[in-house]
Design a protein around this ligand. Structure first.
Ligand code: ZN
Length: 138
């Protein structure tokens, strides 16, 4: 475990109609945040998220083309190939309170997104290929 000090905290709204993962990545990149954590609540007009098949070692993606609440979206920011990489998971609820979720993927469209991004100061988290899992981990 590394120890970090809190750097800047960004709190703001993500644009309606934008792609949730791309917009978080844009904000992080524009602000030069290389290590951090994030949370988002709000709503989406459609969603796309993945499930990692641990045997097949690949993501299976699911698309849900309906309006959903972002119950929780949390993740972290690290470096992959010297670029900030956002890794986030999302839980979404429909009008009956039924939830779906997984690894946030491009294709999730923002209806409203209130984002909290916390920069962390300390040793950089750098992702690299992890043979036991087949994932890029830090
Ligand atoms: Zn994930």
């Amino acid at each position: 475990m590394n120890t970090y000090l809190t750097g800047r905290i960004l709190l703001g709204r993500l644009p309606k109609g934008g792609d949730l993962l791309k917009e978080i990545t844009r904000v992080v990149t524009e602000n030069g945040i290389e290590t951090g954590t994030l949370m988002v609540i709000g709503a989406v007009s459609k969603a796309r998220f993945g499930f990692y098949d641990q045997e097949g070692r690949e993501y299976h993606y699911k698309e849900v083309d309906r309006h959903l609440e972002i119950v929780s979206c949390s993740g972290n920011i690290s470096l992959l190939d010297n670029q900030p990489m956002v890794h986030a998971h999302i839980v979404l609820a429909d009008e009956d309170g039924n939830t779906v979720g997984g690894h946030l993927a491009e294709g999730t469209v923002i209806f409203a997104g209130e984002a909290y991004i916390r920069e962390l100061k300390g040793e950089k988290l750098v992702r690299s290929y992890d043979k036991p899992t087949g994932l890029s981990l830090w």
